[in-house]
Design a protein around this ligand. Structure first.
Ligand code: KG4
Ligand code: ZN
Length: 362
């Protein structure tokens, strides 16, 4: 059958936490086979609020909403200018409506509703976690140098989430396990605060860990001996707290060794659970997504696992791992191509606790 390409351009807006992301994505897809598509990011911008929140040791929701409000319009003007497009050239607007901070989600969603009303451009509500999950289908990945394909297992590791998700197709997600307390990223962040390394802590811990001894402290690996795909990190955090009290933090080696042992322990917990999930599901592809997936040791551990088990490991590029508008534009595109009906602005609602398993309801 002859290949007939059609192009759609989608604006993506992300404001679920402390990054304002705006992007325009062009997708050329085969009318006879929408899975056969070629994507191009026409322009993208992310404005990080890290410096603002770092002095408080975490994200302050009120401040986050205010910063999103300030950033949205200038970033949107910039992406349109760079793409040499105007609003009338856009076929759909994708916006994160959950999960996340209520005020932050409301800011981005109201902004997207305004644009949609003014231009009659269809509006697609996107689940932030779905944005992360589908990001491995967008570009050739940093570990495999090719795009992932369905079905696959996803390990979603971010500041707010740690989940194992079985992904069968767009819109079909089954949460196989998740953290029962803290998220993996939160464990990095909280340890960093104990070690006085600032916020967010993942990159700082990872940097320090390079020069430490990962075997120095034997931290617990909660739930690792149990036949469950759930995670738990709070015991690990308590064990780190105990060691920071027992040892001299002014000794430069102590911090390095705690950082290194913590990173190693988290990596081992993630590997143990993924090994079990791959065994239980029989899946042969695994994708690591979310901010923690940019961790050097965790990526290296998964490369080793892939060789050992003969599975393929996919990790998006670093800028797609952390929060961004491109993944939201891409998820909206995928939803459109798989038949999702855009939602009227008066029916759009934010869902701060939206599970990836649940379809959008209004
Ligand atoms: O996905 P993300 O940008 O935002 C959320 O949706 O949470 O993830 C942010 C999290 C933070 O907890 C941060 O400390 C962690 O990702 N992170 C890292 C690294 N880079 C970011 N954790 C460990 N190692 C890293 N290199
Ligand atoms: Zn995220």
């Amino acid at each position: 059958m002859k290949t007939i390409y059609k192009e759609i351009k989608v604006l993506g807006i992300e404001t679920s936490c402390d990054d304002t992301g705006v992007a325009i994505l062009s997708t050329k897809y085969d009318l006879n086979n929408p899975n056969n598509s070629i994507c191009r990011v026409l322009s993208e911008r992310v404005s990080s609020q890290v410096n603002l929140h770092s002095k408080y040791g975490g994200v302050v929701p009120e401040l986050a909403s205010r910063e999103h409000l300030k950033a949205l319009l200038p970033l949107t003007k910039e992406v349109f200018a760079e793409a040499k497009l105007s609003l009338k050239d856009i076929d759909a607007i994708g916006v994160t409506t959950g999960p996340g901070l209520s005020g932050a989600l409301l800011t981005g969603t109201s902004f997207a509703c305004g644009l949609s009303e003014a231009t009659l451009c269809p509006l697609i509500p996107v689940n932030h976690l779905e944005g992360h999950v589908l990001s491995v289908l967008l570009e050739n990945n940093s570990l495999m140098d090719k795009k992932c394909e369905f079905p696959f297992l996803t390990l979603l590791i971010s500041g707010g989430h740690t989940q194992l998700i079985e992904v069968t197709e767009v819109g079909s997600y089954k949460v196989l396990g998740q953290t029962i307390d803290d998220a993996a990223g939160e464990t990095f962040d909280k340890t960093a605060l104990l070690l006085d390394l600032g916020y967010p802590g993942g990159p700082a811990i990872s940097e320090l860990a390079l020069r430490g001894n990962k075997y120095k402290f034997r931290f617990p690996k909660p739930l690792c001996n149990r036949d469950t795909l759930d995670f738990s990190f709070s015991g690990l955090k308590t064990a780190v707290l105990t060691q920071t009290k027992k040892n001299d933090l002014n000794d430069p080696d102590t911090k390095k060794n705690i950082a290194s042992s913590l990173e190693f322990t988290i990596s081992e917990i993630l590997i143990t659970k993924c090994r079990l999930a791959l065994k239980n599901t029989g899946l042969k592809r695994i994708a690591l997504v979310g901010g923690v997936a940019s961790n050097r040791l965790i990526r290296a551990s998964f490369v080793a696992l892939s060789k050992e088990l003969g599975v393929e490991v996919f990790v998006p590029s670093k800028k797609l791992c952390t929060d961004n508008g491109t993944m939201i534009a891409w998820a909206a595109t995928q939803k459109l191509l798989s038949g999702f009906i855009p939602v009227k602005t008066e029916n759009i609602e934010i869902s701060p606790r939206w599970s990836i398993e649940n379809k959008y309801q209004n």
